[in-house]
Ligand binder design. Sequence first.
Ligand SMILES: NC(=O)c1ccc[n+]([C@@H]2O[C@H](COP(=O)([O-])OP(=O)(O)OC[C@H]3O[C@@H](n4cnc5c(N)ncnc54)[C@H](O)[C@@H]3O)[C@@H](O)[C@H]2O)c1
Length: 349
Amino acid sequence: MKIAVVPGDGIGVDVTAEAVKVLERVGRLRGLPIELKFYPWSADHYLKTGETVPPGGFDELSTHDAVFMGAFGDPRVPDMRHAADILLGARFRMDLYVNFRPVRCLDDRLCPLKGFAARDIDFVVFRENTEGSYVGAGGHLKKGTSDEVAVQEDVSTRKGVERILRAAFDWAKANGRKRVVMSDKSNAMRFVGDLWQRAFAEVAREYPGIEASHLYIDALCMQMIKDPRQFDVIVTNNMFGDIATDLGAALQGGLGMAASGNIHPGKTSMFEPVHGSAPKYAGTGKANPFGAILTAGLMLGHLGKTAEAEAVESAVQACVREGKATADVGGSLSTSAAGDAVCERLGLS
Ligand SMILES: NC(=O)c1ccc[n+]([C@@H]2O[C@H](COP(=O)([O-])OP(=O)(O)OC[C@H]3O[C@@H](n4cnc5c(N)ncnc54)[C@H](O)[C@@H]3O)[C@@H](O)[C@H]2O)c1
């Protein structure tokens, strides 16, 4: 298994070290040959060399079975040039059209909703990852004057919409989930909304065993809080998915607990914790590594190592339950000690 690792900036570096520790531990315990290759692409590298991603960089990443990324963002690069090139570059250039976000609460103590328990929060969000408002279509007119105009286009293509919808239904079918909810804002955004609505109705007909329904994004957010039990799979566009998945992270214990995959089925895919580089925590030992470790587990599952993926999630769950965790989830361990606790747990299972 050849894995490219790009730790990035801030706590991305800290949590990636723990995810790597766990991957190496799994490799040793299960006899899996895991070969890791590290890439220095980051704010530091950009400031030293002027380079964000070298020519052919994404082609090289694509020669691996999967890519693991930490997080990007550094106050010394205020325009986020390197982050855009590396992170959005990977998503767009490697055509990673599925942003796969499991929202699973691992312990009752982490459940923020009154009257609900961890078992009530277990669904997946499929966020379209290559289109929408993130394609950078738009511009300024008369910038800096009192007549300034700014336009940002929301781009949806039939191909792009159809493939994310199909990915959501395929996953539901393969994983025994019964409901797919599509969320948009078609009452206000009529053109893209119309495309999403028609494509959803047509794709849903191909999956007769799965209940297909629709919620406007504002209603979806409200329902995620009112009763998360109603969701199996949510599919939505890039912008709404961005927002709904942070809300999802809050349902599972915060940004430090959330994992994600950027996937193109059948091609090299990229896995990253949901959180950013939290510069104020960088190197302090305060960053929760569990989101990154769960992300490593997600990557193993994607690569067909289901038992290993389950073992990683169970080990993290046990650590959370026993309070062997960082302060944000009720423990008192450092980043590195929390990673060690997961490794120790893996050895026991
Ligand atoms: N995918 C990415 O690389 C990504 C995602 C979001 C933000 N960013 C970038 O990261 C930088 C910081 O952004 P931000 O502060 O808005 O978001 P952030 O996710 O870095 O941090 C927000 C807050 O969430 C908490 N938090 C996040 N991750 C945590 C962890 N692992 N353990 C404990 N607490 C954690 C902290 O309180 C932190 O201050 C910015 O440059 C931003 O653009 C990058």
